[in-house]
Ligand binder design. Sequence first.
Ligand code: GAR
Length: 203
Amino acid sequence: RKRLGVLVSGRGSNLQALIDASKDENYPAEVVVVISNNPSAYAIERAKRENIPVFVIRREDYKSKKEYEEKIKEVLQNFKVDLVVLAGYMKIVGKTLLEAFPNRIINIHPSLLPSFPGLEAQRQAWEYGVKISGCTVHFVDEGIDSGPIIGQRAVPVYDDDTPATLAERILQEEHKLIVESVKKILTEDFEIIGRRVVFKKRG
Ligand code: GAR
């Protein structure tokens, strides 16, 4: 099975979705290490509960972004991860990690990109008044929520939604999307042509 390193900053429900999926031995990947930049992230408890090694690496403890990311890189390489998943990781990924894992870092974002990149995407969509929103899994590049799109799932926005009820509806789809996207890129052949992730049918 392929080895996942998951970066988190908070609740960790997408991390949990991956852990739960990997309990099926036919799932092609397992979470081998979790890294949190936030010492009070609930995701840390989830990893511990599952006996998955978890490291707290705080940006504030390093002089530069480069040194901070060198530490993360060292841990990911020690655990021989095949794919890095950003699951509610609330920092911008820099050159050090991007160069260490080219096209091997993916992120889940709670909107239909390219609409509503950045923070509080669900609130942005709700305020804008869109009638459909959703979530996106994409490769991470040097921009903010800007890399090639691997998969998306849509949800309706209802007139009586609040940012919180919309976020909850999107989250349910995120859990499915992260699990299916990780499986897809680890088991199917694809090419990145311009911005497009093109999966090749086999046989
Ligand atoms: C998720 O909604 C994820 O899409 C979002 O944070 C939440 C984390 O939830 N990520 C971003 O906004 C990234 N900029 P979780 O910790 O329960 O997985």
